[in-house]
Design a protein around this ligand. Structure first.
Ligand SMILES: [Zn+2]
Length: 516
């Protein structure tokens, strides 16, 4: 007892003791990395028989703050404390009291977006970031509206899960939050209300699919029909400004001749007008609060040529749009969940010129979408972008969740896989994948101990990757989820296995970019 009292007079040791008193209750297991201290309180997460709980032990100066939180209050030896559930209100209060948990715009250097469809991956992502060192700025909360719909999650739930995950893992170095692939102003408003700080606009539906193969007469008619009023421009002034112009990229240049201009404008002109309208809506919604803006045309059919990239960037700039990152459609195939498909030398040359354009016309980052598992091109991407890159992954953390389940619950994994096989032909429609059911192994033929090895199989990876929404929202006739609860509870009770899978997998993604 004397030793305890003495420790209480020695700063950190005293804080530890206050938490220790509170933890002196049956069934509480402290998450050591979560321990944090502010002037007002000591903070931590603990696992309890009824799930994860927030612990708050206010200092004398912070006596009033407990009213910000929901939970059960107690007192130990004159020290008040609170044990609270991971609710939305508690997440919001935690972000107010621990400002490093509040999403913020990213610094200009290398950054990485980690999509997390289950809301349980952030601790593993943090471990990978810590393992590679360096200064990669993370985005833990990142989800497209499409993914939120398919997983039945709200924008607020996406933010809150990242708050709890980064708090639990002790990440205090800042984070962004990316509302990904937004297509409408309503999407923007919904995500702004939840506190997202990065907004990725996908104008893919406004990119002309036919421009690359259209005959000259068709191109001319499409050029005349561009939305010139929304572009705040006229054919004559655009031609005068851009046709025949050479853009200096520092060592090389991109020349836009008349034909390239007409094609670029027909292909991307409507997308430029749409992105401009989205930017202006977002600026009004944010009301002066800073944000990162990303323009992504990656999910379109044909690669973005250098002249088209220059066209998009110079026209967006003329219209007052300011962006932190841009995702061109790069050469080759960026299919979901598997390595780059294409000629690495062609990718190298393509990335070199797009990165040079981003330096000359920005600088802004090149954003590498569908960036997971593209191990063969990371080195070239890191080298050419010289630290101005955002690497975005979305579904690969879900595949790691299934790997963890294959390890600890092979029967559950097998039933998810069988279900996914049945859903694949329908669910693949909106994704870039080429897996074939005929080439996927039969689930029955795989012994339990070998299930995790299926996660190395090209066709299995893509089949599991695109069926996540069907898997997570499947319900029995009585309304109970078929898989979602079992998947989540299995991952929660084997959190260490899941975090190790994620750490191992993401170290391979981050290391090529960590030293830049
Ligand atoms: Zn994308």
């Amino acid at each position: 007892m004397n030793a305890t009292r003495a420790a209480e007079h020695r700063g950190d040791a005293g804080r530890e003791t206050r938490l220790a008193h509170v933890l002196d209750r049956g069934g509480f297991t402290l998450q050591p990395a979560s321990r944090a201290a502010s002037d007002a309180a000591d903070w931590a997460m603990a696992q309890t028989p009824s799930g994860a709980r927030l612990l708050v032990v206010p200092s004398a100066a912070g006596a009033g703050l407990l009213s910000d939180f929901d939970g059960e209050r107690g007192e130990h030896g004159g020290t008040p404390f609170l044990v609270g559930p991971p609710t939305a209100r508690n997440a919001a209060a935690l972000r107010r009291h621990l400002p490093w948990l509040e999403p913020r715009p990213l610094p200009p250097g290398t950054s990485a977006g980690f999509g997390d469809r289950l809301g349980l991956a952030t601790p593993g992502h943090v471990r990978a970031l810590q393992a590679v060192g360096g200064s990669i700025a993370p985005v833990f909360a990142q989800q497209s509206i499409r993914e939120m719909t398919r997983t039945a999650r709200s924008p607020q739930a996406v933010i809150d899960d990242a708050t709890w995950g980064s708090f639990e893992a002790g990440w205090q170095d800042g984070q962004g939050a990316d509302a990904d692939h937004l297509k409408t102003t309503a999407d923007i408003t919904a995500c702004a209300d939840a506190g997202f700080t990065m907004y990725t606009i996908d104008p893919g539906e406004h990119v002309s699919r036919g421009a690359d193969t259209a005959a000259p007469g068709e191109l001319r008619a499409a050029w005349d029909a561009l939305p010139w009023d929304r572009l705040e421009d006229s054919p004559a002034s655009m031609r005068g400004r851009l046709a025949g112009r050479a853009f200096d990229l520092g060592g090389e240049s991109v020349q836009i001749d008349e034909g390239a201009l007409v094609k670029a404008a027909v292909k991307y002109g409507r997308a430029v007008a749409h992105v401009t309208a989205m930017f202006r809506h977002l600026s009004a919604v944010r009301g002066g609060r800073p944000f990162d803006f990303e323009v992504s045309v990656d999910e379109t059919d044909t690669p973005t040529t250098p002249a088209e990239h220059v066209f998009v960037a110079s026209e967006l700039r003329r219209l007052g749009v300011r962006w932190a990152s841009l995702a061109p459609r790069l050469v080759g195939r960026f299919e979901k969940g598997v390595d780059y498909i294409g000629d690495p030398a062609a990718f190298d040359a393509d990335m070199r010129v797009h990165a040079a354009i981003a330096r000359a016309l920005g600088p802004y980052k090149i954003s590498l979408h569908s960036g997971s598992d593209k191990f063969s091109i990371y080195e070239a991407a890191a080298r050419h972008t010289r630290g101005r890159i955002h690497v975005k992954t979305a579904g690969t953390s879900y595949l790691e969740a299934l790997r963890a389940i294959a390890i600890v619950a092979p029967d559950l994994f097998r039933s998810v896989y069988v279900f996914a096989l049945g859903r694949y032909e329908e669910d693949r429609a909106s994704y870039h994948v080429s897996a074939s059911l005929a080439l996927a192994p039969d689930a029955d033929g795989v012994p339990g101990g070998d299930c995790a090895a299926l996660l190395e199989h090209f066709h299995v990876r893509q089949i599991l990757h695109v069926t996540f929404g069907s898997v997570l929202t499947a319900r029995h006739a009585d309304g109970r989820p078929v898989f979602a609860d079992a998947i989540r509870s299995t991952l929660q009770s084997h959190a260490e296995v899941y975090a190790s899978c994620l750490e191992r997998h993401f170290v391979r993604h981050l290391r090529p970019f960590a030293s830049r």
